[in-house]
Design a binder for this molecule. Structure first.
Ligand SMILES: CC(C)(COP(=O)(O)OP(=O)(O)OC[C@H]1O[C@@H](n2cnc3c(N)ncnc32)[C@H](O)[C@@H]1OP(=O)(O)O)[C@@H](O)C(=O)NCCC(=O)NCCS
Length: 321
């Protein structure tokens, strides 16, 4: 039996942390108290103007590849989950491949599932590896969400940040990913979207992120509970058998409500949203890597990673680290 196992993790946050008070100082009509109470976010990172998703992805990927004890050319599949690609085409994954100096002809493509993008990418890579067609996949979530924020909309601009997280997934005869579930329901697209497009040399429509915060909140808690239970059922496990829950890092109150629904105590939840805000597809691999590097996550432990985002999309994976 071929499993897909995580062989290394890496992450990258650009520049210095930007605090809630820094946002107030920049003229945003908000307060540290409001943001912390409603979201748990204390700081986020904002990429410099000339830094792109593939730049952030490259830093995170180098760290993940080094942690796996590999070289970039050992990778035969590159998947980048992003909603803020460097350009319309080519894909951010091929630009990343070039920046990593990979000339081995590895397959490379992007996945667009917004904040569930990393879980989608991980699941796709797992299928490639289990089929035997590929041996080592680099799966990255990388975003510069600061580029699609309306900085005059305090209901959204305080929530998001930039960053990247990456894992190397490797074929193994030891258990790795045990169960996955992916879902989408496009009828919910209006409650979280960037509706604009580029056509005929112009931006057509609204190029900024728009969100109905309360509708998103309710939907997120519901499906994060359901999809975690789905992967538990698929692998024949109870929530108590899981060492760590890593939900999408959007809002501490969504994370707490999800953990409560699942009966998972907060001591078993990795929450890093306070440090980097919602980095969309980057949030789960960022949280995973921070917890691996600070020693909380150890070899052999069971982890559920789960995401929800625009589309709406949602999904989860249960894995043995
Ligand atoms: C966005 C969110 C924090 C807003 O919290 P909320 O309790 O729903 O707040 P509301 O939108 O009802 O706004 C309440 C008040 O706070 C104000 N407010 C909104 N943003 C504010 C800010 N950054 N600072 C200060 N006040 C703010 C509103 O204007 C409103 O004021 P009013 O009562 O005078 O009209 C919350 O809905 C949420 O977290 N939703 C999920 C968002 C998310 O995670 N999205 C990504 C999922 S992938």
């Amino acid at each position: 039996m071929i499993y897909a196992r995580i062989a290394g993790t890496g992450s990258f946050l650009p520049g210095e942390p930007v605090s809630n008070d820094d946002l107030v100082a920049r003229g945003i009509d908000t307060s540290d108290e409001w943001i912390v109470e409603r979201t748990g976010i204390r700081t986020r990172h904002l990429a410099a103007r000339d830094v792109t998703s593939s730049d952030l992805a490259c830093e995170a990927s180098r760290r993940a590849i080094a942690a796996a004890g590999l070289q970039p050319e050992d990778i035969d599949l590159v998947i980048v989950a992003t909603s803020t690609p460097d350009c319309i085409f080519p894909s951010t994954a091929t630009l990343l491949q070039s920046k990593l100096g990979m000339r081995n002809g590895a397959a490379a493509f992007d996945v667009q599932a917004v904040c569930t993008g990393f879980v989608y990418g991980l699941t796709i890579a797992e299928k490639f590896i289990r089929s035997g067609s590929h041996k080592r996949a680099l799966v990255v979530g990388a975003e510069v969400f600061s580029r699609i924020l309306d900085w005059s909309d305090r209901g959204t601009c305080v929530l998001f940040g930039d960053g990247a997280g990456a894992v190397v997934l490797e074929a193994s005869d030891k258990p790795g990913i045990l169960a996955t579930a992916l879902h989408a329901d496009g009828s919910h697209h209006p409650i979280l979207c960037v509706p604009g497009a580029v056509a005929s040399g112009q931006v057509i429509g609204d190029p900024f992120l728009r969100m109905d915060g309360q509708a998103v909140f309710k939907f997120a808690v519901k499906v994060l509970g359901e999809v975690a239970n789905e992967v538990l059922a698929e692998s024949g496990m109870e929530a108590g058998a899981v060492d760590w829950l890593i939900p999408h890092q959007a809002n501490i109150r969504i994370i707490q409500a999800t953990a409560k629904r699942l009966g998972v105590p907060m001591e078993k939840v990795i929450a890093t949203v306070d440090r980097h805000g919602n980095t969309s597809a980057a949030s789960i691999p960022l949280a995973l890597d921070l917890a691996v590097r600070d020693g909380r996550i150890r070899a052999g432990q069971r982890i559920i990673v789960e995401g929800v985002g625009g589309g709406f999309t949602w999904g989860a994976a249960l894995l043995q680290f």
